[in-house]
Design a binder for this molecule. Structure first.
Ligand SMILES: Cc1cc2nc3c(=O)[nH]c(=O)nc-3n(C[C@H](O)[C@H](O)[C@H](O)COP(=O)(O)O)c2cc1C
Length: 339
């Protein structure tokens, strides 16, 4: 029984990866993840803003739209940057020395400027692959979806031309023609797609008229839309490696992700809540489940429920949505008594 997979061309012992987060900041935690069976780790991102801050030497405020909404909530005001580029490169070197598993660095930005040249330095620091978090928040009414997509593609092309590392692109689900965009990414040299970024969910304090910047960890409830997109993408026969990020917490979540077509499964909230060793628990559960259900390998399971191979593809499609709505019966007795 084989749990091994290939992701971005890298051989991994299992699909279970620790995703980008502060879990990747301390060598001790990274060692615990490796010892517990993490097949690879994604380091926290080096942000375009951090690189530009270094390039400008001094900065008093972030003057651009935040690149990664979620983690902006860690920045107090005025912005406090977690890494400088030099410290990041040093961290990559140290992590590579300390760990035997593949180390995936992460760059996070939205413009096609000089910051992308850091990809080469990350390669020189020894990373095995690079995850690009290109989370563009499309709030500018003068920028079209086409120009946003072109910007993404040109960032990937730019990075590809200066860096030989396998590239995974982590994007938000808010694209009209995701399958088409993914094929454009593949055409300019991306090797993988990470689905998806979590959208920062600001909470309005209605008494103080302020925005709460508290980061909420995910729950399994966030997984189903990702599974639907994995099923679509994996059903297109894309050559991209597919990785799911967002809402993977239980053994069932892992199995559903693989059946929907994920090559790897990234975990963050679950590991923050339960500790690095939880990845070992999930791996043991996956192995046990595969034995019980007589799956010889992850390959045999992957994509078995995707749009191209599942027994009832209409379940993923518009016709099912229509039938579901039409078959819904209003039941007054089920009303919430407290409402
Ligand atoms: C505290 C924290 C820090 C994060 N930092 C990063 C980051 O630096 N770069 C990045 O691409 N994603 C970052 N993320 C997002 C995670 O990698 C992941 O995409 C998201 O949490 C969804 O996965 P989950 O449901 O397993 O938590 C962070 C998430 C958390 C909770």
């Amino acid at each position: 029984m084989k749990t091994s997979v290939t992701y971005l061309g890298l051989p991994l012992s299992s699909p279970l990866i620790a995703g980008a987060s502060p879990l990747g900041q301390e060598l001790d935690t990274l060692k615990r993840l490796e010892d517990s069976g993490a097949a690879a780790v994604v380091l926290p991102s080096l942000f375009e803003e951090e690189i530009k801050q270094r390039q400008r030497e001094t900065i008093t405020s972030l003057d651009e739209a935040p690149a990664f909404e979620e983690s902006q909530s860690f920045f107090t005001e005025p912005p406090m940057l977690s890494y400088g580029p030099d410290a990041y490169l040093e961290h990559v070197r140290k992590v590579k020395e300390a760990l035997g598993i593949p180390v995936i660095a992460s760059l996070n930005g939205t413009s096609n400027d000089s910051w992308v040249n850091y990809a080469r330095q990350i390669e020189e620091a020894g990373a095995d692959a690079l995850e690009l978090n290109l989370n563009i928040f499309a709030a500018n009414p003068h920028e079209t979806s086409t120009s946003i997509e072109q910007r993404l593609i040109s960032i990937i092309r730019h990075i590809r031309s200066g860096c030989g590392l396998p590239l995974a692109v982590k994007i938000s689900p808010q694209f009209t023609a995701l399958a088409n965009l993914a094929s454009q990414m593949e055409a300019v040299g991306a090797r993988g797609l990470v689905m998806f970024n979590r959208f920062f969910q600001p909470e309005i304090d209605i008494e103080n008229l302020s925005i709460q910047r508290k980061l909420k960890l995910s729950t399994s409830a966030e997984l189903p839309p990702r599974l639907a997109w994995l099923s679509v993408m994996s059903g297109t026969g894309t050559g991209l490696s597919l990785s799911v990020s967002g809402g993977v917490h239980t053994g069932e979540d892992v199995i559903r992700s693989i059946m929907s077509g994920a090559d790897t499964v990234q975990l963050v909230s679950a590991l923050i809540k339960k500790g690095p060793e939880y990845i070992g628990f999930l791996k043991a559960g996956l192995t046990r489940w595969m034995e019980e259900h007589e799956y010889a390998s992850i390959d045999a399971m992957r994509g078995s429920m995707n749009l191209a191979r599942c027994p009832d593809p209409s379940a993923y499609l518009r016709v099912n949505y229509m039938n579901m709505l039409h078959s819904w019966k209003y039941d007054p007795s089920a009303q919430d008594a407290e409402a």
